[in-house]
Design a protein around this ligand. Structure first.
Ligand code: C2E
Ligand code: MG
Ligand code: MG
Ligand code: MG
Length: 288
């Protein structure tokens, strides 16, 4: 009996693992097909944009571009899932290139709609930073849409920053020398060394949403946020808080001296046409 139960458990887990592997493979194939299906007029991928608000002025100072994938069979797949699969299967290369092109195409659209001075942040993966010619690609895409490096911001996580230190430093220096703003994403959740991070040409720290969530009730989270803001400011960095959902979180973070806030309190990530409307409404409200 115990033995049978053990065997049954094993069979249960083995079949669950096969299921997971099958699902993973199905998704990788779907991702490959989705990338191959992109044409100039149509893509199963899209970008949503989430505003970043200055605490000092209340103005929208930037947007973060967030990738979306809607598959006809599998439905909407969350970016955490498909980005991970893309990273593991080498598909982040073509997907990442598409994300750059699509971001810049949209920045051009925002400029043409009369929206000036808004920087758009793009998330980049560790695998993308392994390619020495990434700065040339980015410069080429900016040129193609008649944009400047000041229009763009790049976000990398701490763990991305810690991989391939020499190459990463060299590529980030090229971006920074071009005038592209660099941010460390999900700061505080990763595994990074401040001794190494201080050598990177970064401009902003994005305080992870997990610390913001219970900032008013969990003294440890409040202490982490407070210490991170102080640390970042002492290093001359701008502090951005992610995942701001409530007015109380906003007030707490602004009291701590956070510079920029991003979260559902202001807006969920929105498609390009809706973010253009959102910006117009926000500006109109500010001028009243
Ligand atoms: P991230 O870069 O840290 O992006 C912030 C995530 O937090 C986004 O999730 C956003 O929708 C969500 N968020 C923003 N404000 C709030 C809030 O107030 N409350 C809550 N609960 N969530 C909020 P999303 O779009 O699902 O993206 C998840 C992650 O997937 C991103 O985390 C990033 O790591 C990755 N990702 C998304 N797009 C891309 C991309 O184009 N390239 C790469 N390499 N990674 C991407
Ligand atoms: Mg990000
Ligand atoms: Mg983040
Ligand atoms: Mg995240």
């Amino acid at each position: 009996h115990a033995k049978d139960a053990g065997r049954n458990n094993y069979q249960f887990y083995a079949s669950r693992m096969n299921e997971a592997a099958g699902e993973r493979l199905q998704m990788e194939n779907a991702l490959r097909q989705a990338l191959a299906s992109i044409t100039p007029g149509h893509s199963p991928f899209s970008l949503h944009f989430q505003p970043q608000i200055s605490v000092a002025t209340g103005a929208i100072v930037g947007l973060e571009a967030l990738a979306r994938w809607s598959d006809p069979v599998l439905g909407d797949i969350p970016p955490t899932r498909f980005i991970q699969i893309a990273e593991e299967s080498g598909l982040i290369q073509p997907l990442g290139d598409w994300i750059f092109w699509e971001t810049c195409r949209n920045i051009r659209r925002f400029r043409d709609a009369g929206i000036a001075g808004l920087r758009v942040a793009v998330n980049i993966s560790a695998q993308q930073l392994r390619h020495e010619n990434l700065p040339q690609l980015v410069r080429g895409v900016l040129d193609c849409y008649d944009l400047t490096p000041q229009d763009l911001e790049l976000e990398i996580t701490e763990s991305t920053a810690m991989q391939n230190p020499d190459l990463t430093l060299s590529i980030l220096n090229q971006f920074s020398d071009m005038g592209i703003v660099l941010a460390i994403d999900d700061f505080g959740t990763g595994y990074s060394s401040l001794a190494y991070l201080k050598h990177l040409p970064i401009h902003r720290l994005k305080l992870d949403r997990s610390f913001v969530k219970d900032i008013e009730t969990d003294p440890n989270d409040a202490a982490i946020c407070s210490a991170t803001v102080a640390l970042g400011h002492n290093l001359g960095l701008e502090l951005v808080a992610e995942g701001v959902e409530t007015g109380a979180q906003r007030d707490f973070l602004s009291r701590l001296g956070c510079d920029v806030l991003q979260g559902f309190l202001y807006s969920r990530p929105l498609p390009a046409e809706r973010i253009i409307e959102f910006i117009a409404d926000h500006q109109a409200a500010g001028n009243r």
